[in-house]
Design a protein around this ligand. Structure first.
Ligand code: BGC
Length: 761
């Protein structure tokens, strides 16, 4: 149906029907208008599998949904640094939606992992906006290539669960633009999701669901979003305000209450009916896009997707530590698997993303046929490791060549709806790891968690494999990686601080009843740790391999560029080890001489590529950077702006290991508006070449009067009391008006005002 036909349908709808279309029919469906042939469509969670509920609907993952396939959660897929993989996963999800008649999959979830404590971190990708944006756009492309929509969520600043439905995320615009928006922005600009889901929280006091700046000015007018915005489930406070703001669909049903409010507001002349029409138009465009492209005959081969999920999980695993090349394990050796997660892995988080898996494969099952023994080690539910359990684990470890302890966060530790209260794994697991490592120093820990954990035993174990929440086939993947069938190639999409207290949001996270202040601003994750030169347990981007890579060269296509140009950066990398493997080439940009933009992170990820290399193979990887890679958000021009100057380009395979360095000079083509007055200080004036030329003669006069004129120095004592450098240094911060008093009449007020007028011309 084209837009004219959709408008025709809307023109035939009563006000009541139109208002009705602006909220769900039930938990998962849009409303049909039978008399006009408008079909209902279904939406379902997401994001890493299909949670289609037929009956007993709920949005918290409490009741069962159909049997489906649980792919690795976003915390894991982010570690793949592989957009092509995310696209493939999207295609598989899209096919399952087509098979099940689901028009929109509710995901991806792209909120920034601001603190390790956020209960839903497992569902989110990263602390880095660029990585998040690239991966989210890829997933969206994949799903939508099957003519199924996505709903990128939760727009925006939903980085905590604590008081999630009422709290205000109070954040400065620069951090919003540079950290919390870019993933949504990239996804919209590059992949055009069919829908966007607004978040529960307020942003600087205004609910996302009634935030016109968010939903209309930024999302639609700036970024060009064309689909419909739906509310998170129950996120609507004032529905009429929401219509004005650009919230098209309230989910789930409002039980008719808000439909009546919309009708009443239109009838009372308080709400323009055109706005209601517009919401209907946006909703119907998507309803028909799916209805006209529905392919219920699409096969859904769950067994094939299970294997696909296993391959993906293997692609995501991050080898954090591998002392003495303890991994890969040797098939001929006796290996002890210890810990209940070896048998029943934790592979997904709780809440609305919870998939009812048609099957799961744990590591123990996947290791059938290998010389693997098993000790349960701890009881997850009871949260205990009895002395007997520990003794059994120690005995198994002693007998084995290598002990592999499966540890991590139990379901109850991280879930939608509430935050973690600390960054530790259960004490019983920590005690078990310590005991096993003491019995056999050849101990490897496999971790299942959606977000960083403390590792008090890190110095006593030989290896650590971060498996994140790897989906229902995680056991297959774990065994493949442990025994070297797959060479690990995941890299951390977040920093692992040593302790929770090191995290930049620590003092303010969660906030007070009214809201949570994002006081660390742009300094989230490695942007903070790098700036503070702080030690972390494992840095952003880190990930080992069973082979080695050498970064051997970096070239830039130009040394100087305008901000309207692009620059190509070419990095050469070689596999110097004996096995084939994959590395993630990461390119970071830093402003090395900011004046106006002095407060910037040391480096920010601006490009990356995962490359597979045979042993001995060398490859060149080229990235193209444009203005955005160098820019910051400037509120005064309401735009991205680059400050002229040198920028560092650093490449390597982790934010902490960047052996290749180059510099590019970028010249800005946009001047920031400047306005001078009597209170402008000399330093700022002198930084502006035009103003500096005007003010220089005055400055000299004024310096002379201030005692900085060498000829006037009468005694050694005077020049020691205040040297030329000192007086110049002091002058830098003086307002222009002070030149009037210090010049003792040599500069008149009229001259000064005239000078300021010329500077402002
Ligand atoms: C969650 C969303 C989810 C929705 C529907 C909400 O509680 O925040 O992410 O898509 O429920 O289940």
């Amino acid at each position: 149906m084209n837009i004219a036909e959709i408008r025709k349908v809307i023109s035939n709808m009563t006000l009541e029907e139109k208002a009705g279309l602006c909220s769900g029919a039930d938990f998962w469906h849009t409303k049909a208008v039978e008399r006009l042939g408008v079909p209902a469509t279904m939406v379902s969670d997401g994001p890493h599998g299909l949670r289609k509920q037929d009956e007993k609907a709920d949005h918290l993952g409490i009741n069962d949904s159909i049997r489906a396939v649980c792919f690795p959660a976003a915390s894991a897929t982010a570690a793949s640094f592989d957009p092509e993989m995310l696209e493939r996963m999207g295609e598989a999800l899209g096919e399952s939606c087509q098979h099940e008649g689901v028009s929109v999959l509710l995901g991806p979830a792209v909120n920034i992992k601001r603190s390790p404590l956020c209960g839903r971190n497992f569902e989110y990708f990263s602390e880095d906006p660029y990585l998040t944006g690239v991966l989210a756009a890829a997933l969206i492309r994949g799903v939508q290539s099957k003519n199924v929509g996505t709903s990128i969520k939760h727009f925006a600043l939903n980085s905590q669960e604590h008081r999630r439905m009422s709290s205000s995320a109070d954040c400065d615009e620069r951090a919003i633009r540079e950290i919390y928006f870019p993933a949504f922005e990239m996804a919209v600009r590059e992949a055009q999701p069919w829908t966007v889901m607004c978040s529960y929280n307020r942003i600087n006091g205004v609910y996302a669901s009634e935030n016109r700046w968010l939903l209309t000015d930024v999302l639609r007018k700036e970024w060009g979003f064309e689909g419909y915005v739906m509310s998170d489930w129950g996120a609507v406070a004032d529905r009429v305000e929401g219509i004005r703001a650009g919230l098209d669909l309230e989910m789930p049903s409002s039980g008719g209450i808000n439909d009546r409010k919309i009708v009443a507001a239109v009838k009372a002349g308080k709400l323009d009916e055109k706005l209601v029409d517009q919401c209907c138009e946006r909703i119907l465009k998507i309803v028909y896009r799916f209805a006209e492209n529905a392919k219920p005959e699409t096969p859904w081969d769950q067994e094939a997707q299970h294997l696909m999920a296993a391959d993906m999980a293997a692609e995501c695993m991050v080898l954090l530590k591998n002392e003495g090349s303890i991994l890969p394990l040797n098939r001929a050796d006796e290996i002890a698997f210890i810990g209940e997660f070896a048998e029943k892995p934790r592979f997904q988080g709780g809440g609305s993303s919870h998939i009812n898996c048609f099957k799961t494969t744990g590591a123990l099952e996947a290791a059938a046929g290998l010389k693997v023994t098993y000790a349960r080690g701890y009881d997850v539910k009871a949260d205990l490791a009895s002395p007997e359990m520990i003794a059994e684990a120690v005995a198994a470890a002693k007998k084995a060549k290598v002990a592999v302890v499966f540890a991590g966060l139990p379901d109850s530790y991280e879930s939608e709806g509430y935050d973690r209260t600390h960054m530790r794994i259960p004490d019983c697991q920590n005690r078990l790891i310590e005991a096993v490592a003491e019995a056999n120093p050849r101990t490897v820990v496999v971790l299942h968690n959606g977000s960083p954990v403390e590792m008090p035993w890190i110095g006593r174990v030989a290896g650590v494999l971060e498996a994140y929440l790897g989906g229902q086939a995680v056991g297959l993947a774990t065994v493949k990686v442990l025994f070297g069938d797959v060479n690990p190639s995941g890299h951390l999409p977040e920093s692992f601080p040593i302790r929770l207290e090191d995290n930049p949001s620590y003092l303010f996270y969660g906030g007070e009843p009214r809201g949570s202040e994002y006081r660390e601003g742009i300094f989230v994750g490695y942007r903070y740790y790098d700036k503070k030169k702080m030690d972390v347990l494992f840095p952003f981007g880190h990930g080992l391999s069973y082979t080695t890579f050498e970064y051997t060269g970096i070239r830039v296509s130009r040394e100087t560029m305008k901000d309207t140009d692009t620059v190509d950066v070419t990095v050469t990398v070689k596999n110097t080890g004996k096995r084939a493997g994959k590395t993630v080439v990461q390119l970071y940009v830093g402003d090395v001489e900011g004046y106006v933009n002095a407060i910037r992170p040391v480096r920010e990820l601006k490009a990356f590529r995962k490359v597979a290399l045979e042993s001995g193979e060398t490859r060149e990887v080229t990235f193209t950077l444009d203005k955005r890679a160098f820019a910051t958000w400037r509120g005064e021009i309401h735009d991205w702006w680059v400050e002229s100057g040198d920028f560092s380009l650093e490449a390597g395979d982790s934010s902490a290991c960047l052996p290749l360095k180059a510099v590019v000079r970028v010249e800005s083509t946009v001047e920031l508006p400047r306005k001078y007055d009597m209170n402008s200080i000399f330093m700022d004036v002198m930084h502006d070449p035009k103003a500096a030329a005007i003010v220089s003669p005055f400055m000299q006069q004024s310096a002379a009067a201030f005692g900085n004129d060498e000829e006037k120095k009468t005694s050694e004592a005077a020049s020691e009391a205040i040297t030329a450098e000192m007086s110049l240094a002091m002058m830098r911060y003086m307002p222009l008006r002070s030149a009037l008093s210090f010049s003792q009449g040599q500069i008149s007020e009229e001259d000064m005002l005239d000078m300021i007028r010329r500077m402002n011309e």
